[in-house]
Structure formats: structure tokens, C-alpha cells
Design a protein around this ligand. Structure first.
Ligand SMILES: Cc1cc2nc3c(=O)[nH]c(=O)nc-3n(C[C@H](O)[C@H](O)[C@H](O)COP(=O)(O)O)c2cc1C
Ligand code: SF4
Length: 409
């Protein structure tokens, strides 16, 4: 296993001490970035091939370039630290173990796109992460890495830390903006996109925690180095949250050439009690179940697409043969019915109908007509929902049925 990039400081530094971060090369990337033209930083992020790690897999440099080109000010940089996807806990490990890296990355992003204000939106349940991030922002401000005229330059950047209140949908970028603005956390229609109409209706870069953690190393070591860390179509390191029936659940860093089998057997110590894999949910609740015959799939965007799945946030939930799959599907259906924000009917009603049908099937009444109904609901939600929550709410259920041999194709 190669030397970690994203996790290299986690567990080795005191995350509350700025001195520790500095001793490990912290803020060197910001120092260098401040000596350079903003466009050259955007070009470098584009050349690195970094794509967002929050689930939508959008190229980060393209997003930054669009905001940099906007002449309207103020502009904002927002860090999506909501991490609400079930089975995902990688951002938590970064925030708790290496919080200063986020502060540094956001200041670099601010300089690159011409923003002077940043917001970090932390999942409500993540109390320790919130405390660590708040402390990092205060320490960095005191030491002159944030605030007016950072390190005596012309660049100013202030960071506000905000706590969510426990809604899955507030991880969706536009619902997150609404929440920061003090409104009900519901997604907006897109377009317009955040790059032109984001937080407070202004041009906004919004990135996931892990995406941002890649920025200082890219500035320090360059895009070629970053590209050399993974397969050609999926550069850079990736964090995988591995949970469920494995001997060593945890967050693992690997290049995206890693296979699902390697993650389970080599990184996470294999299936617990010498058991066998029944199914693996890849990408979280919004993701897809794969069966035991699909474990050799590379855990990259394109690798997973080939088997009809998506990498999403990099969650890997292992279900062994001891687990009742109906119970798992029922929980997922309950989750979506509970978390649907109700703004659009396909999702508001579809998630309720889906739950009723899964409940009926889980009680032992398995009818072909119900499988057809689930397919119909999934297709309607995918086509007609406003946001990704409804668009993906049927994926895990249908793929779970497929793995159970209830073929729905
Ligand atoms: C229902 C829903 C929940 C989401 N939750 C998160 C989340 O917790 N964290 C996150 O970074 N992105 C989440 N996203 C994706 C964001 O909308 C957005 O794509 C992401 O923050 C962009 O950052 P990136 O380009 O760095 O990935 C969610 C999307 C949806 C539809
Ligand atoms: S898809 Fe669901 S969560 Fe998204 S806006 Fe519609 S009702 Fe709300």
C-alpha cells in the first residue's frame, strides 16, 4: 500500500495545534499560491484531473474556472461537510484528524476564484468535527493565515463555520445554501447552477471536504504528480469508507484502480467470522448493490459505471450471509421516505409507495406485480424528481432485488 496523501497527518499530529500542522508542511501551499496569479492555480487544478469527491463527480477545475470568470462580487467558497450519505465517514476522519488542511484549501480556493468569504457547513451530528474545525479557523485567523491581508498579501479571506440540523437533503448543494441563508433546507431547481447563482444568489464554488483536501498537495507537487497517483481516467488518491460485516471497518486511502475485493479482503481484513459476502452496497443509500460475483470491479468512476453502479461518496457497506437482506432493503426504503423533503411529488409520493411495497414484500408476500411497481416508481423518480435524492431513491432497492435473484430486468 502506497504512502497516504490525504491521511498522512491523521493520527500523527495533534489536530488542535497549528504548530503541528506547520511542522508537517502546513500552509506552505497557501504561501506559494499567494505568490502566483489566480488563473495559474485554476489551470493547475484543471490539469490535475481532480473530480469532486462528494458524489456527483464533477471536474473541480472546471467549476473553479466558471466562478473565476464571473465578474460579479461578492463570490463565495463553500465546503460541503454535511457528510449525510449513510455509510460514509471519510470527511469526518479528515475534519477530526487534520482540520487545518480544509482551512488552507479554502483560502487557496478563495484566492483562485476571487472570493473573500467562505463557509463550512458541518453535519449537525458531528460535534467533535465542528469543534476541531472551529478551533482551526480561529487559530489560523490569529496567526494571519485567514482574515484581512493574509500573510501581508493583497488577498483577504474569512471563514464562517455553520452547523446543519440533521437533514440528509441539506447535503445537496442548493438545499445547503438555503439552510445557510436561514430558510427551509430544500433543493432549488437547476439551472441556474451555483457557479452563477449559489449562496445568497452569488457565484459560488462548493466542494466536498475530501475534494478540498487534495488542493494543497496539488499546489505543492503539481498536476503530473497528482495524475501519477491513480489510473489515467481517475487521477489522485481516494478515500473509501468500509463498513458492515468486515473485520476492520474504517477509512482507507487507495488509488481508484483498487478493486472491491481488495478493499474488503486486503484493506478491511476480510469478511468477519470467516463468512461470505452476500451483497455490497457501493456509494451509500443512493448507491447500488453488487453481488459476490462482481467483487473484481475497479472502484473508479468508469469501472463502476460498467457494472451499472456509481462510486458516489466512496461508501462500501458489506452485507454477509448472516444478514436478512429484506431488513436492509426495508431500512433503506424507510430512510428515503423519511428524508424526502416533500418539495416535488415524484419523490414525496414515490418514496412512500416504495416503502409500502418493500414492507409488503419483506413480510413474505412477494408478487411479480409489486416488482413491476417498484420499477415503475424508480423510473418515475429518476426522471422527474428535482434533486438527486429522489433521482437515486429507487436504485438500492432494485439492485438489492437483483442480487437476491428477483430479476427485475
Ligand atoms: C441528497 C443529496 C445529498 C448530498 N450530500 C452530500 C454530502 O453530504 N456531502 C457532499 O460533499 N456532497 C453531497 N451531495 C452532493 C452535492 O450536491 C455536491 O455535488 C457536492 O457538494 C459538490 O462537491 P464536489 O464537486 O467537491 O463533489 C449530496 C447530493 C444530494 C443529491
Ligand atoms: S427529489 Fe425529494 S428531496 Fe429532492 S426536492 Fe424533490 S422531494 Fe425534495
Amino acid at each position: 500500500m502506497a504512502e497516504p496523501v490525504l491521511l498522512r497527518r491523521v493520527g500523527h499530529v495533534d489536530p488542535t495545534r497549528l504548530e503541528d500542522y506547520l511542522a508537517w508542511g502546513g500552509f506552505e501551499a497557501l504561501r506559494r499560491a499567494l505568490l502566483r496569479r489566480p488563473e495559474s492555480i485554476v489551470d493547475e487544478v484543471k490539469a490535475s484531473g481532480l473530480v469532486g469527491r462528494g458524489g456527483a463527480a464533477f471536474p473541480t477545475g472546471v467549476k473553479w474556472e466558471a466562478v473565476a470568470r464571473e465578474s460579479r462580487t461578492p463570490k463565495y467558497v463553500v465546503c460541503n461537510a454535511d457528510e449525510s450519505e449513510p455509510g460514509t465517514f471519510k470527511d469526518r476522519v479528515l475534519m477530526e484528524g487534520d482540520p487545518f488542511v480544509l482551512v488552507e484549501a479554502m483560502a487557496i480556493a478563495g484566492h483562485a476564484v476571487g472570493a473573500e468569504e467562505g463557509y463550512i457547513y458541518v453535519r449537525g451530528e458531528y460535534i467533535r468535527a465542528y469543534e476541531r474545525i472551529k478551533n482551526a479557523v480561529e487559530e489560523a485567523t490569529r496567526a494571519g493565515f485567514l482574515g484581512d491581508h493574509i500573510l501581508d498579501s493583497d488577498v483577504s479571506f474569512h471563514v464562517h463555520v455553520y452547523r446543519g440540523a440533521g437533514a440528509y437533503v441539506c447535503g445537496e448543494e442548493t438545499a445547503l445554501f438555503e439552510s445557510i441563508e436561514g430558510k427551509r433546507g430544500q433543493p432549488r431547481q437547476k439551472p441556474p447552477f451555483p457557479t452563477t447563482h449559489g449562496l445568497f444568489g452569488r457565484p459560488t464554488v462548493i466542494n466536498n471536504v475530501e475534494t478540498l483536501a487534495n488542493i494543497p498537495p496539488i499546489v505543492l507537487h503539481g498536476p503530473e504528480w497528482f495524475r501519477s497517483l491513480g489510473p489515467e481516467d481517475a487521477p489522485g488518491p481516494k478515500l473509501y469508507s468500509v463498513s458492515g460485516a468486515v473485520n476492520a471497518p474504517g477509512v482507507y486511502e487507495a488509488p481508484m484502480s483498487v478493486t472491491l475485493r481488495e478493499l474488503i479482503e486486503e484493506y478491511a481484513g476480510g469478511v468477519r467470522n470467516g463468512g461470505r459476502v452476500q451483497a455490497v452496497l457501493v456509494g451509500g443509500a443512493a448507491g447500488t448493490f453488487l453481488g459476490p460475483k462482481e467483487l473484481d470491479v475497479p472502484m473508479s468512476f468508469s469501472g463502476l459505471r460498467k457494472v451499472g453502479a456509481a462510486l458516489g461518496s466512496g461508501a462500501v457497506m458489506v452485507i454477509d450471509e448472516q444478514v436478512d437482506m429484506w431488513e436492509v432493503l426495508l431500512r433503506l426504503a424507510r430512510f428515503f421516505a423519511h428524508e424526502s423533503c416533500g418539495k416535488c411529488y415524484p419523490c414525496q409520493l414515490g418514496t412512500q409507495r416504495q416503502l409500502e411495497i418493500v414492507r409488503r414484500m419483506a413480510s413474505g408476500r412477494i408478487r411479480y406485480q409489486d416488482i413491476l411497481r417498484l420499477r415503475d416508481i424508480q423510473a418515475t423518480m429518476a426522471d422527474a424528481s428535482i434533486c438527486g435524492l429522489g433521482q437515486t431513491a429507487g436504485n438500492a432497492i432494485l439492485s438489492g432485488l437483483r442480487v437476491m435473484g428477483l430479476d427485475v430486468s
